[in-house]
Design a protein around this ligand. Structure first.
Ligand code: FES
Ligand code: FES
Length: 198
């Protein structure tokens, strides 16, 4: 199991044959949805295991979906250090030392989740039908709005262009993102105007 780095001396770190060195080489520490996990190579995970497999099959974060499993659909999108990444295209060991967020890590009343769930405006339609693509869209929207709280429609289309919805809910998805942006944009303005006053 994981051992704190703080307990190791310089000599131990420099000695590749020492037992502590092998602990360093084999322990994979990843923070997932706010919780620290430590995996041991060849026991908990293998070098060829994808991050999507680790999250879904080993840890039960089934919100992310595996649809194409080759980087073409966006269904497996998660956030790594706040950036949207395709978890089917990453090895689990590449997540070492990083902060991972899946849709399960978002609060139930998250602005983006609510916007997707409530989307039903006439002329745009619903943002989800079967829901397979939805967690991926939601996570990419989170990444987009954290960088750009007031995106234009072309910016939304560009940011979500890697996602495929087989139910064809694209208009509803775009409208849901713009509706979520209205809220995040207002929050952003409020925060900044407070900062101006102080
Ligand atoms: S399942 Fe990862 S991109 Fe399609
Ligand atoms: S809602 Fe069915 S694939 Fe998008």
């Amino acid at each position: 199991m994981y051992k704190s780095l703080a307990g190791l001396t310089g000599g131990q770190l420099a000695n590749p044959a020492g037992p502590e060195y092998s602990i360093l080489m084999q322990s994979i520490q990843i923070r997932i949805n706010g919780k620290e996990h430590v995996f041991e190579l060849n026991r908990d995970i293998t070098e060829s295991m994808t991050l999507s497999y680790l999250l879904r099959e080993k840890l039960g974060y089934t919100g992310l979906k595996i649809s194409c499993d080759e980087g073409a659909c966006g269904a497996c999108t998660i956030l790594m250090d706040g950036k949207a990444v395709l978890s089917c295209m990453m090895l689990a060991i590449e997540a070492r030392g990083h902060e991972i967020l899946t849709i399960e890590g978002l609060p139930k009343d998250d602005v983006v989740i609510e916007a997707f769930a409530r989307q039903c405006e006439p002329g745009y339609g619903t943002a989800l039908q079967c829901g397979i693509c939805t967690p991926g869209f939601v996570m990419s929207t989170k990444a987009l709005l954290s960088e750009n709280p007031n995106p234009t429609l072309p910016e939304v289309k560009e940011a979500l262009s890697g996602h495929i919805c087989r139910c064809g809910c694209y208009s509803g998805v775009a409208q849901a993102v713009l509706n979520a942006a209205k809220k995040t944009g207002q929050e952003f303005l409020k925060k900044n105007s407070k900062g101006d006053r102080s």
